[in-house]
Design a binder for this molecule. Sequence first.
Ligand code: NI
Length: 171
Amino acid sequence: MARRDIIILPDRRLRQKSEPVARITADIRALVEDMLEAMYDAPGIGLAAIQVGVAKRVVTIDVSKNDDEKCPQVFINPEIVARSAEMSVYEEGCLSIPDVHEDVERPAAVTVSYRDLEGKTRSIEADGLLATCLQHEIDHLNGVLFIDHISKLKRDRIVKKFTKAAKRAAE
Ligand code: NI
């Protein structure tokens, strides 16, 4: 079992805007370890810190789809600095909205600046699944969920379903 639980819709923290990380402390490194554990445990390909209830701008991703060799990527204070005009559609899901998958259209490629775990400023040009995943996770840091990119009708239906389930679980 992972040390930290992933919070689920309609948990209000998912709508919170996360704070930038000022310094890479031992706490931040421990948070990253816990996030990677929770992400691989789930299993998922991306996680934002707010999904384990921590409102810090930290993202973990592994889109390698390789069971033998893990390729974790860590993004501190990630920011999209350029987007392609070309768009692409991926069927997205989210560990905080289990068992829901919907097509989402986003820019096909993005340039993201971020800090690594050593505190060094870096930049990555991403396309394909990594571009989608980065945009999905950076959305989380701003309190935005992938269901915000689909029709209101579908979104309302999903939120209602999860609100009902949460009420039932609390009874
Ligand atoms: Ni998500």
